[in-house]
Structure formats: C-alpha cells, structure tokens
Design a protein around this ligand. Structure first.
Ligand SMILES: [Mn+2]
Length: 311
C-alpha cells in the first residue's frame, strides 16, 4: 500500500495541512481529503476533477493571522474557539495516468482508515460521486448500523432485476446499499425524471426512503421517522442537488432544485440529530467563469458540517 507521498499539498488548505504519516488529531476532528478525479467516461466535459481546488479556493474561513481567534455564527448567535473546530487537511490524493477507479478508490479507502484509526472523521472533496462507495466501505467496516443520508438531484440507483453493473456515478447508491454494515439510505432532493419498467418505478415511488426536492420541508419529520435519533450517519452530498441558480457548475444540472439555504439547514438538521461519522461533497465541476457559484455554496455547506453541534 502506498503512503502519504501520494498526497499533494494544496495551494490553499481548509484548516491546517498535515502529512498522513504524521497525522495528529483530536477526537472527532474533521480531516479534509481532496479526491480530484473524474474517471467516468460519461464525464466528457465539465468534469469534477477540479472540485477540490475550486472548493478550497472559495473557502476563506481559516485564512486568519492568529489561530487564537474565535469565530461567531450570526445564525446561531454563538461563538467557538477556532482551534476547537479547525479541521486537518491532508491535501489531494494524487494518481498516475492509467489509474482505475478501483485502484484509486482503494487508496482513498486506505487514507480514510488512517484517519478513523486516529479518531478523526473524513470529509472528502470530490471528484466524482462513485468515490463515496470506497469511503463508506471503510466506515461501514468500523461502524455497524451505519445510515447513509444522500443529497442528489438523481437517484444514482440501478432499477430492474438484472445483475448490478460495475460501479459508476449512476449506480453508486445501489452499490453502497449492498455493503455489509450499511443499515439503510435516505435520499433527499431527488427530482430528475426516472426511466424504467412501470413495476420498478411503482416500487421505487412507494419506498419511504426518498424525499423529493418538492418534499424538502417535510424532511425533518420523515428523517426522524426513518433513522433512529443518534444513529451513526454518513453524509454524501452531490452538489447537483442544488438548483442551477445556486450551482450551475455540475455535469448534469437539473432545474427546480434546492436553494443553498435549504441544503445548509437540511444538513444542519442531520448533523444535530445524528452522529456524523464522515461526509463527502462531490461532483463540483471547476469553472472558467470568474466566480464558481457552486464552490461558494460548497464552502458554506462545509462550514455548516464543521460547526454542526458546536454552535
Ligand atoms: Mn450523484
């Protein structure tokens, strides 16, 4: 297994850059891992490979002269010491020219295991959505009864009675559902039209595990019914869950989506009612436009994950 030399130091880190081999964490500290890959052939242009760089570049909150400062949240009207919430940042997990998704994913899983063994919590910046599978594969080994909370415009499942196709972004949630240790998944903000056989679609729509974009207001009560309070939860956010007005920087935009405010408050609800054991924020495409709106939204979202339970 290759080691820390695989990580590249980012131009701008989220919190303090640390080398994997020397990683020192406080209990429950978040650890940022950049995964700047888009190996899926379906990502022809507008790929999420530049996601980590775009998100880090738009993340201003730890860029301060002194780490003795406090940070206050207007929406909670409370403050915490910066040191209490600052994550570690391992940089970007690099790769060779002919790497496969499986090879890269297992390297990512190894990095996640190193974080978990030191008491930390991984926060992965994608990169493509398939990467979530490897992060969850590790966390579900460590934590039985793990629930997945999935924000996405798309279901990312494979319908029908045929054998599950190899892992890709369009079926990642079906692969995750089969992992031992995963108790179940809740899918939030889904809205893109679905193709399938009539019976499969009927079954899908009858399932209580789905909260469509227009049902976002009912999310707290539905989630509370489905996932026992305090359960371990992994959060995976495909940034196309946002309306294209909030985030046009995705490969597969779908209109009539969530606002940044709706996404942040939904994520806060999850973080405050469950035990978050890890998270990823994926599918942000970099943009040649001067302002990457998606990176701005992602940066706010990440801050709400880092501060949940503190404010
Ligand atoms: Mn997705």
């Amino acid at each position: 297994m290759r080691g820390a030399t695989l990580f590249e130091r980012p131009a701008q880190s989220i919190g303090q850059f640390q080398i994997l081999e020397d990683l020192r964490l406080s209990q429950q500290q978040w650890v940022v891992i950049g995964a700047p890959v888009a190996l899926d052939a379906l990502h022809t242009d507008n790929t999420p490979a530049g996601g980590p760089e775009a998100i880090r570049g738009a993340f201003p909150y730890f860029d301060v002269v002194s780490r003795d400062r406090w940070i206050g949240d207007w929406n909670a009207r409370r403050a915490v010491a910066l040191r209490e919430m600052e994550p570690a940042d391992l940089g970007d997990l690099s790769f060779g020219p002919s790497v496969t998704l499986q090879e890269y994913g297992l390297e990512l899983q190894h990095a996640v295991s190193e974080v978990v063994v030191r008491g930390g919590r991984p926060l992965v910046l994608g990169g493509e959505h398939s990467l979530s599978f490897f992060v969850i594969q590790e966390l579900a080994l460590q934590q039985d009864g793990l629930w997945i909370v999935h924000f996405d415009a798309h279901s990312d499942i494979q319908l029908g009675n045929v054998a599950l196709a190899p892992l890709f972004n369009g079926n990642v949630m079906s692969h995750i559902a089969k992992l031992p240790g995963v108790a179940g998944s809740m899918h939030i903000g889904v809205r893109e039209y679905e193709y399938g056989e009539r019976a499969d679609l009927t079954d899908l729509f009858a399932s209580p595990n789905w909260i469509s974009s227009s049902e976002i207001q009912t999310m707290p009560s539905t989630l509370s019914k489905m996932i026992p309070q305090g359960s371990p939860v992994y959060l995976t956010v495909d940034l196309d869950v946002l309306d294209p007005a909030s985030n046009p920087n995705v490969a597969w935009p779908a209109a009539a989506g969530l606002t940044s405010t709706e996404l942040v408050s939904a994520v806060k609800f999850v973080a405050q009612n469950y035990q978050l054991v890890g998270a990823d924020v994926v599918e942000l495409a970099s943009s040649s436009r001067e302002m990457n709106l998606g990176a701005l939204a992602a940066s706010r979202l990440i801050m709400s994950i880092l501060t949940a339970g503190l404010f």
